[in-house]
Design a protein around this ligand. Sequence first.
Ligand code: ADP
Length: 670
Amino acid sequence: MNHLYNLLIILIFTINNTTLIAQSLFQKQLDSLLLVLDKTTEGNDRVDILNEISYNYRRIEPQKVIEYGRKARKLAIVNNYTKGEAIAYKNMGIGYYKSSAPKDTTIGFYKKAIEKAKVVNDYYTQVACMNNIALVYNENLEFYKGIQFLLEAIKLYDEHYEKENRLKALMVANVGFAYFKLKQYQKALTYLERALNISADNNIPSIRSIYLDDLALTLIGLNRLEEANEVLDEALTVQTRQGDMQSVMQTLLHKMTLAIKRKRYNEAIGYANQLINKEQVQNFPSLHMVVFNKLAKIAFYKGNYQQTINHSQKAQKIAQNLGLLTYQKENLEYVHQAYEKLGMYAEAYKVSQQFILLMDSLQSSEKEKYTADLEAKYQNQEQARAIELLNERQNNQAIRMRLLIGITLITLIAIGLVTFLYLKRKQYSDIIEAKNQKLNEYIGYNMELENFAYITSHDLKTPLRTIVSFTQLLKRKITAKLDATELEYLDFIINGSKEMSTLVDDLLTYAQIQGQSIQIDAIEPKVLVEDTLRGMQADINKKNAEITIDIQRKWIRGDATKLKQLFQNLISNALKFHKPDTVPVVNIALAEATKYWIFSVKDNGIGIEKDYFDRIFLIFKRLHGKRKYDGTGIGLAICKKIADQHNGQIWVESEVGQGSTFFVSIHKNL
Ligand code: ADP
């Protein structure tokens, strides 16, 4: 839902009708400036007026901003008037920014302006340009770069100006906004509040009204919902007073989202009705659509499935008119589930087909967005490291994993569909052929490495869920008509799909471990192990296991979350692979070597043959059938990865029938 929301914001700001109001105001000012220009023929004054005209055109006609900026620069050079030249460059940067020129062109002009302003110690122009450069970076999702420029600009401002003004408040608020976009809500809040304080202390109320919505969304991010609601109420009052209908509608939408989050559905419906009844909403079809989409969601939560379908269809109609594929997909998701709930399986099936087709069409655009997000995400100092980790994913193991998922998925879906169609007396045999071909292509595209997490979490899970729920529904519906063998086939599909689901979850964990850098904390290992055991208490009690811990109280360094996961895997294996009729006895210990800490998890289980000591740490390597001991064969591979990330190793010593001891070393200097 989040990207849906972001898209909406972009759309709303694109259709910007406030320009019209601004135009008449600026036009008046411009007319008088043009008159003055006619009378001023020579010197620096003329440069100043040209610059003034250029700047005034910024909300009316970007081309003119550039044109007058250019004239000002030319004359400034002739007159050797460097300050005027700097301002001309700044204005040209604004002109290029407003005409959506490439990022580097715009930034180039601002940098030139800064260079000139430095010569004449014009700090204000420097600060303004740095703020403008930050805005360009923010727009390109390069928020860390944006923040860097803003912080430098604020520093320069503070060094040279005592009184805080609108520009200072704007810069501080922009830092808050960038942190908000980066989902670092605590920092965002600090800066936004600071900006609002500046605006209160210096009587600049416009800043407060501009940033109230961002403040509310930040509070929502921090789960401070009551306060967020109060801020939104204030925003509504201010915006209504200013007659800014566009902002009022946007705030009402935020209020609706917040009410849904707080499960206050009737209140949310109230806001929806207020929005729909506003005449101006017709000018903002995207907003109209999102309201219907949210209404469909509410109806779904309330169990009004027919209403879900009606609302979704309204939203869908607008989405189709606007050609917005992402929305079309989101809208279909509810329709498909609503039909399923109503028992209208043929319709549900049809809609899920459309859903898959849309997913195909979206593939390339989402991939672009995903890549852009990635670029933005990794641009800070972590960049080099994160990219290295991404590359690491491009190893053969990852390709093998994906192939395996691909093949299993095709097989599963094929079996599911064949059975479905068989039970429907082969009615849809041509559809399945086309669908299989589509799926093959689909999986082909998805072999792209960067999309791995996306594929596993989204593309694989959705069809899997569809298979599981449809076969379960099918089973419930036609059990009486099937013989024992047919029922058994159905159970095969259901169980197969569930196993697949576990496999996908485990693979995701594995992929995430691969991709993450480790976070070093100071840890008390004894407390960490006790914590882990507390989480496994149910399993321990069920097996009547005896667990002992031999760890002295001390502090070591490591990634607490990952080490917890490691112990959980090792201890649950120790419990799982116990000898029948024997109580599992497990000992967890910590020893100290020169450069390493060495943990051990010892059990009295079935043991492992020497030949397999190395192989069990490879992904998917298991020594027993699923019937005897369940599992996916990923646990130890995850442990190995975690040991590697701690610059250590994992190994096992064991005797068949006697038990096993798993050792994990982690480096002391992390
Ligand atoms: P899984 O969870 O499927 O068992 P793991 O990667 O955790 O996967 O383990 C791989 C294999 O190593 C297991 O299938 C099992 O054969 C063997 N193994 C792991 N831990 C133990 C243990 N404590 N005792 C005996 N065999 C073990």
